[in-house]
Design a binder for this molecule. Structure first.
Ligand code: LMR
Length: 401
């Protein structure tokens, strides 16, 4: 008997498995709208100019590659705290935030889950219905029970405001609630300021633990406005966690760079949490990688480079918005009669199309257009060279023959 004989083959990953299928497709017309990666107008993953410039400096310096501290590069962690919370945030100025460099957003979520498994084992993690596909796997592997709160209303194609509040109000005290800080993945429907204040009221009344997934800072309204939910939680003084990522907003997907932030009640508590988070990191991968942290730190710690980065990020955000408008106009011109305003009102990289799994499979098999089975389509992968093909394909599956 092999040590592996009890295992059955796992199904392909619902997101990265689509890229595998796409890569295996020999069609020259194929388009990958599955994974959340921003591609420029030529269909390439951009190397941001601000990143290229600091990489040249880093190469010229010929740095030796020693180990980073377990919780990461100090200059990176400080700069990221300021980015995520703001320099004047009372959480930052009082030293109540423990920040740990992570392997991008997934690593941040996983280290956060590992710390919560130490501090609060056996609790339930509430995920939005729907949520990013990997949330369920990640929190269940960290031995949490998973439940869902209502979030998306397919009729209004927006947030189910009442269902959300009802479900959070019914949660047991201590329940961990995963909220998307902005650019909700997969729906693109974000909480309004009124929603945030209602959610926070329930969080306080029920003693819930918010865990914010902040993978898309800067892709909704801008770097600062996108942290509205973070600021609102800091204002009421509850403990919470934030997982942030630089995969998308620095176009550093393969560098695996991000951070987990534990907002605690005091600087003394933050020190304890940091020490325990280090045990989580040490047991998982010992300590983090250097290159991504060096790049982000050098950009965020220089006002001129940071301004350049924000300009490049703004350009990515606006290009996606332009593609949303072109996609919507194209579908209308192709004879799709339903209300398509959701395409331009949803925010971030994705459009939650409402297409059925059969329609999504047809898009793949007949038109070589790859999206997720959930109906999620990545607007950030559209460009002038592929939009006509995509519009034609989506139009054909939407309009009855
Ligand atoms: C996505 O949602 O497509 C991205 O966050 C990539 C991933 O790791 O799933």
């Amino acid at each position: 008997m092999s040590v592996y004989s009890r295992l059955e083959a796992a199904p392909p990953d619902p997101i990265l498995g689509v890229t595998e299928a796409y890569s295996a497709d020999p069609s020259p017309d194929k388009v990958n709208l599955g994974v959340g990666i921003y591609l420029d107008e030529t269909g390439q993953i951009p190397l941001l100019e601000c990143v290229e410039a600091v990489e040249e400096e880093l190469t010229a310096r010929k740095r030796p590659r020693g180990y980073l501290p377990i919780d990461g590069m100090a200059s990176f962690n400080r700069a990221v705290q300021v980015l995520v919370f703001g320099a004047d945030s009372p959480a930052v100025t009082s030293g109540r935030v423990a920040t740990v460099q992570s392997l991008a957003g997934t690593g941040a979520l996983r280290v956060g889950a590992g710390l919560l498994a130490l501090s609060s084992p056996g609790r339930t993690v509430l995920l939005s219905a729907p949520s990013w596909e990997n949330h369920r796997l990640l929190f269940s592997r960290a031995r949490f029970q998973i439940a869902r709160y209502r979030y998306y209303d397919p009729v209004t194609r927006g947030v189910d405001h009442r269902g959300l509040i009802e479900d959070l109000s019914a949660a047991e005290p201590g329940t961990i609630v995963v909220l998307h800080a902005c650019c909700h993945n997969p729906t693109g429907c974000d909480l309004t300021e009124v929603d945030w204040s209602q959610v926070i009221e329930v969080v306080q009344a029920r003693g819930l633990v918010p865990f914010l997934d902040f993978a898309y800072q800067g892709f909704s309204r801008g770097v600062e406005p996108d942290r509205y939910g973070v600021d609102a939680l800091v204002r009421v003084g509850v403990p919470f966690l934030v997982a942030n990522s630089f995969s998308k907003n620095f176009s550093l997907y393969g560098e695996r760079i991000g951070a987990i932030h534990f907002v605690t009640g005091s600087a003394a508590e933050a020190a304890i949490v940091d020490s325990q988070a280090k045990t989580v990191v040490r047991s998982l991968y010992s300590n983090p990688a250097t290159q991504g942290a060096a790049i982000v730190s050098m950009i965020l710690n220089s006002p001129a480079r940071r301004a350049k980065w924000e300009a490049e990020l703004r350009a990515m955000r606006h290009r996606i918005i332009d593609m949303r408008h072109a996609f919507r106009a194209g579908l209308a011109a192709a004879g799709v009669e339903e209300d398509l305003s959701y395409i331009t009102s949803q925010t971030g990289m994705f459009s939650y199309s409402g297409l059925s799994i059969e329609q999504m499979r047809r898009l793949r098999s007949e038109f070589h257009v790859y999206g997720l089975d959930s109906g999620r389509l990545c607007m950030a992968a559209l460009n002038p060279g592929n939009i006509e093909r995509v519009v034609e394909a989506v139009g054909r599956v939407m309009v009855p023959a």
